[in-house]
Structures are given as C-alpha cells and as structure tokens.
Write a protein that binds this ligand. Sequence first.
Ligand code: SAM
Length: 279
Amino acid sequence: MTIDSLPTLKQVIDSHGLAARKSLGQNFLLDLNLTAKIARLSGRNEDHDILEIGPGPGGLTRGLLAEGARHILAIEKDDRCLPALADIQAAYPDRLTVLCGDALDINPLDHLTPPIRVAANLPYNIGTELLVRWLTPQDWPPYWDSLTLMFQREVAQRITAAPGSKAYGRLAILCQWRTDAQIVMNLPPEAFSPPPKVSSAVVHLTALAEPRFPADANMLQHITATAFNQRRKMLRSSLKGLSPDIEDHLIAANIKPTDRAEQIDVERFCALARSLKAT
Ligand code: SAM
C-alpha cells in the first residue's frame, strides 16, 4: 500500500465492517481535509513523536503523518480497526506503531522518544480521565509538550472556563494551573460519522515550564473535587471534612469562608492546597 493508493475513509469503514460502536465512543472523522487541519493545530511535528489515543479507521492518523509527524504511537481498543491501520503503516514505513489495548492501561513512554505531543479525537467516555492523568503527575514538566484534543463542546468549555461562570470547576483549575488552554476549533455534529448528539471542539493545551502557582497535585485535585462536588455550598461547609481548622486555612489563602467554590480563582485554590499540605 502506498500513500496514493490508500482508500477513502468511507471505503475503509465499509470494507473493514467498522460499524460504529457507541460503547467505544466511536464517532469517526471522514474528511481528510479536516483531519489535516486538526493535525496542523497540533504544531509542526517533524521533530516530535505523537501519542494518538483511539485512531479508529485512521483519519487523524493519516492527517498527522501527511503533515509530517516524526513517529506516531496509536493506541486503539477496537481490534476491528487493526487491518485499516496496518495499511497506513505500510504507506508510511517506520513512522507508525499501533498498540491494541485500553489507553488507560498502557504506558506510552515505553514506545515514544521525547519530545512528545498528544493529538487525539478522544472517546468521550475516557476523555476527561485521560486529561486529568496528563495534568496531574507529581513531577512537572510532564513527558508531553502539548495536547491537541477533541472533546464534546461542553467539556471544552469546562477546560477554558473563567471563575464565576457555570462551567468553571475542577477541570478548569487543573488545566489552567499547569497549561495554557484554548479552544482552537469548533465542529458541528455533521462533521462525524455517525453524528453525535452534541457539538465538539478541539482544545490545544501547552504545558507551562512551571505550574502557574506552587501546589501539590494530589492535594489540589482533592480540594477541587470536594469543593465542586457541592458547588452551591459555602466553602467552610463543603470543605469541613478536610480539616477541623478549615476556616483558618481558607482565611490564610485569602478566601472568605462564606465564599462558594466557583468564585475562587486558581491562585487561591493553590494557596489553600499549600496551607492544608503544610499541616
Ligand atoms: N480517531 C478516529 C477519528 O477521529 O475518526 C476515531 C475517534 S473515536 C471518537 C474514538 C476512538 O477511540 C474509537 O476508535 C474507539 O474504538 C477508541 N477507543 C475507545 N475506548 C478506548 C480505550 N479505552 N483505549 C483506546 N482506544 C479507545
């Protein structure tokens, strides 16, 4: 198989019987112009290895390779996709490694050489969990330079939300603490086959050299999960299980004990994490 003889994605899906499975979050991109555009949003990748989660029939994989990615590790759970991905491997010798398995169980570092970027049209059911894992290693900077990820639009808005807005919560804080995050493309349901019920968006996150404010990743995760679990409550009440002296810690972090979680910016959540960690 050569690049020029690769079939269209519609032909790939028909010939390999890739009827979309809802349980695997399969909404495929069939327009190679669109996948090339998403690939370009991840940057110039001649000097980068790329981690792709869920290549499916390989639309984004083809876009990334055509745009020059040095090497791709693609992790796909659905073994029905493997023959289609093998054709792409043959067209781009030595530039694509495919692993069949659950992305939550595989350590990509065994197969990639830095510098590394992540680019994926994520399966919606594990997208948030993967993102939180990428954002919360104990040590920073992480193994990746940037993440270019397709999410449901509502999730993309939660990533980029400002304090005081309805979408602001744990995800906004974890993302904005350690990355610059931006929505770089919006896509209607019709861009996918089959079309999902909701719109989608591509978010580009660039890892900061250092987190914006010092804090322990586990403590920050724990505090934000607890605070936003009861987002309508005052923090002195939603966080009281964290410490008998929670009001003192809140005041030390310049937070009024009567404030609610969505009013607190990333800087003050980090200050609270430091105060609680110090006890
Ligand atoms: N990248 C393709 C595209 O853009 O057309 C497919 C994207 S589709 C939204 C998500 C893909 O992730 C599917 O191919 C699905 O089989 C795969 N997937 C679902 N759960 C997975 C998991 N736990 N680990 C790896 N891949 C998974």
